[in-house]
Design a binder for this molecule. Structure first.
Ligand SMILES: Nc1ncnc2c1ncn2[C@@H]1O[C@H](COP(=O)(O)OP(=O)(O)OP(=O)(O)O)[C@@H](O)[C@H]1O
Ligand SMILES: [Mg+2]
Length: 224
């Protein structure tokens, strides 16, 4: 699995139930054809689709349009752009990182006007303060990229009301190469060693705060 290094970090603080679900995810079938993506549905899928419908109606094009839900699967529109491991190096460029940050900001802002249904079900429990609806898994594996810039965010299974910072810290934990150079190059697919310093090609490494990232992520995990 291409995100095995990331996932082993990701699942470290998960509840057993969520861990089991993620394990099942490895084997679950996801089909993409005819501009549609078919993925397994869950108890929270109607809530996710309501959010996606709101975002699309608000003019946000970087999220999938909800198309259908059955007992077994959901269908959403396929976002344009590239996705997958080949795109990971984009995250480490100045424009790649900035575009991902701007996209997250726009998405968060657009969730503020959404009123969740009274019977909303969340894949991840809400966290305090409920400033926005967090995506819950805003890593590069859930992004589409156009011309090296983040253009879309899919897989909203773990969305939940929470503070913006939670998603920002989570994203930075993957978008910025905080780990040692060898791991960063292997995992992020960087073309060169992410040397820290003023002339670094990877400014996130030298300007973001690892302690903020990890402390925020830890508090998120406690909520699971
Ligand atoms: N709405 C979408 N638009 C474009 N591509 C998509 C979309 N949804 C899924 N994909 C494609 O399907 C792949 C699997 O995506 P998805 O996030 O749904 O599965 P997953 O089991 O959560 O995988 P991962 O662990 O990589 O997040 C993605 O890498 C991407 O190529
Ligand atoms: Mg995913």
């Amino acid at each position: 699995m291409r995100a095995s290094v990331g996932r082993s970090v990701y699942v470290a603080g998960c509840s057993e139930e969520l861990f089991t679900m993620l394990e099942c995810d490895v084997a679950r079938s996801i089909r993409t054809d005819d501009g549609r993506v078919r993925r397994p549905s869950h108890a929270w899928t109607p809530t996710v689709h309501a959010l996606l419908a709101h975002l699309r109606a608000a003019g946000v094009s970087g999220v999938p349009a909800p198309l259908a839900i059955t007992n077994e699967y959901e269908e959403v529109s396929r976002l344009s752009g590239d996705a997958g491991a080949a795109c990971w190096p984009y995250q480490a460029t100045e424009q790649g990182l900035r575009s991902a940050a701007h996209m997250l900001r726009r998405l968060h802002d657009a969730t503020i006007s959404w009123v969740p249904p009274s019977d909303a079900v969340w894949g991840v429990p809400p966290t305090e303060p409920p400033e926005v609806v967090c995506h819950g898994d805003p890593g590069p594996w859930n992004m589409t990229w156009i011309d090296g810039q983040a253009a879309g965010l899919f897989d909203w299974d773990f969305c939940h009301p929470g503070p913006r910072l939670e998603d920002v810290a989570y994203a930075l934990g993957h978008l910025a190469p905080f780990r040692d150079d060898d791991t960063a190059m292997r995992w992020h697919g960087l073309p060169a060693r992410p040397t820290a310093g003023a002339d670094s090609k990877f400014p996130a490494r030298s300007t973001a705060s690892p302690s903020l990232v990890w402390s925020t992520r830890s508090s998120t995990f406690r909520g699971w």
